[in-house]
Design a protein around this ligand. Sequence first.
Ligand code: PDD
Length: 280
Amino acid sequence: RIAYVNGQYRNHGDAMVHVEDRGYQFADGVYEVCEVARGYIMDMTRHLDRLARSLAELQMDWPVERDALVVIMREVVRRNRVHDGMVYLQVTRGVARRDHVFPASAKPSLVVTARSSDPQAATARAEEGIGVITVPENRWDRVDIKTVALLPNVLARQKAKESGAAEAWFVDGDGTVKEGAATNAWIVTGNGVLVTRPADFGILRGITRATVMDIAAREGLEVEERAFTVDEAKDAREAFITAATTVVMPVVRIDGAPVGDGRPGAVARALRDAFFDNAE
Ligand code: PDD
């Protein structure tokens, strides 16, 4: 495997950043994960627009020009022969003597990696559906910035795994679902309306979420952007999650209780199929 690190394509095992990189010391960096389907990087423009916003919010510079980044991402996908999988990119504020204040002159570090995944295994998972647990929201209020500071997400996902589930939904004090540890959350009401939380400052503005909204509009499905509670989700006809890594994944259990008839729903399945048709 090959990784890109600060201007060089290295063997994955030899790809290193400095011990004084601020990503390592302060989680002072941002990232993107893009789905690769049939060799194509999906939704590249939207991912780079979101990266631009994350960088701007943290007053960080682009490590390379945007066009150059596109070339690097494609090159990393090509060199790793990824047909289906994902490409990961991370930008940190760079290497400097440890000090909380921004360094006067540090060059942002850029790392790009890619890896393959097994589309058959993902399809099999989607046919089964997954379970989610709920956990209290304990993150900062700028989760709209896609930073690498993901410790609450890591702990939530670990707890999900230990509970026999695949994802954890962060729940606000008022009982409404925010989003998953690394996915956005959706339900389908008894009337067939898709509901997902507004992408204000409470959640990450998911790219897959945006693409699913486009697909829903095209298919004539109604989407309501509003908060929903855990109880409403448990009573919903369907539930599902979206992310570049899972695309559309049906949720069949919430805290152990079945959603709908406990099987993946028709809407989630149709959206998943439509997403991959988009990749043609
Ligand atoms: N996570 N919410 C959170 C907290 C996320 O970390 C992600 C993505 C999403 C979905 O966004 P998108 O559709 O743009 O992937 C929502 C990535 C995949 C990760 O951390 O691996």
